[in-house]
Write a protein that binds this ligand. Sequence first.
Ligand SMILES: Cc1cc2nc3c(=O)[nH]c(=O)nc-3n(C[C@H](O)[C@H](O)[C@H](O)COP(=O)(O)OP(=O)(O)OC[C@H]3O[C@@H](n4cnc5c(N)ncnc54)[C@H](O)[C@@H]3O)c2cc1C
Length: 484
Amino acid sequence: MSVWRRVGYCVAPAWTLRGLRTSSALLKDRDVLSYLPTLKREINKFKWSPLRSSEHLPPDQSDVIIVGGGVIGWSVALWLKLKQTQRCTYSVLVVERDPTYSQASTVLSAGGIRQQFSRPENIQMSLFGAHFLRNINEYLGVIGEDPIDIQFNPSGYLFLSSEKSAEILQENYKMQRELGAQVALFSPEQLKIKFPWINTEGVALASYGLENEGWFDPWTLLNALKRKAMSMGVTFCKGEVTGFDTDRQEMITTEGDSLYMTTIKGAIVTVPKSLECQPVECGVVVNAAGAWSAKVAELAGVGVGNPDTPQGIKLPVEPRKRYVYMFNSPNGPGMNCPMLIDSSGAYFRREGFGGNYIGGLSPPEEEEPDISNLDVDHNYFHEKVWPLLAHRVPSFESLKVKSAWAGYYDYNTFDQNGVIGTHPLVQNMYFASGFSGHGLQQAPAVGRAVAELMIDGEFQEINLTPFGFERFIFNKPILERNIV
Ligand SMILES: Cc1cc2nc3c(=O)[nH]c(=O)nc-3n(C[C@H](O)[C@H](O)[C@H](O)COP(=O)(O)OP(=O)(O)OC[C@H]3O[C@@H](n4cnc5c(N)ncnc54)[C@H](O)[C@@H]3O)c2cc1C
């Protein structure tokens, strides 16, 4: 049988065949399969490949499509597979438009995990996050592959509060302890003994995490989730979800407004190097598109129309630029340096050894920087961040900035907390986005929660009902006092 027949292509342009003939002598007498790579290489010289693989295209259908392959998307994919049984199996596809993750929040984050939240669900999610990281090889190890080293730096968060907010810190502490988080309160005098390098001026009370807090490598977590999920059968496609194929049923409200009950039947995936958009039939879509999840929601009709109706209420998630500065201070805090969150909002932590640190500060609402690019504003450090840090740690007076980067918070403008669950009118789109500055540590719990909701019909381990989309409709913000 000729090579052409064997690979299913009977016709090739003469110029390609001419190029091929030069190598045909080399190929003589070999098994057909063994010379296919040579054949491909030869043909590729002519920038035309009848053998181009279709591996880069998504499948025609998948039970679940996850839009966004950041830490949240892969965690959902993993937990869906972990919950699969012999009697209940389903296909899962993750669609990610940029596998280099050049703008994804996950890989541009500070990698921190803390138990010190004020909202019970956030504390519970982070407690599970810590458990997951401690046992990462049990959850994400793959037989025959290297074990995972998440590079966890155990080190508590140190929240400093002024006289004004000391009472709130105390209330948070009580709640955290009740839920099993190991946190201690320090008076300014105790603080000075524990961390002699701190200037305690203006500090009325401090809370310090004794366990399950610190920082780790976000890339390692992302890659480990992806590796494990794919080893369990999750499919990946590089592409952008640019539309949905939907069924819409009109309903008229008593006020005369039109509402549409929407069911997503499939996603339209735009694939690089492909002229066509690829339709993928599906049963369920998970919106894990991070800072861009409102756009994905809009493709399914969420936030389109009269803003006074549930239909017209947007998913209130948008990109907000945050700078992270890396600096050196040879006489700065040593090994026991915590992740310090100053009462001013400025933060810093150690970055490796040798006097290196990273730090930053979220700007006030009216000073939010332009989000059209990820350029860093170096003046912001000198004018806003440095004075606060140097006030708190006098040895930082002489620090030197070595580098900096910017990333997008997946910022929920309504209450800066995650959105988890379905939409009342688009019941087969599950949201998992809007985690603002704490999505990395919550990813294991969020993936598990979305899988529970989808497979069991309700949350099992942590009741995350208040985090649903309904809170935007009924104007019920989740109050979290410890937003960084
Ligand atoms: C500077 C900074 C510091 C942070 N520090 C911390 C911290 O210390 N601790 C913590 O817990 N969290 C932190 N965070 C927050 C955390 O990084 C995020 O909450 C979390 O990573 C969100 O994960 P994600 O998967 O939802 O989003 P992403 O990682 O952004 O992934 C979303 C993905 O969706 C893809 N996508 C978007 N639209 C489409 C589409 N239409 N089709 C296909 N793909 C699409 C994007 O390309 C992207 O890769 C920080 C964030 C920043 C920016």
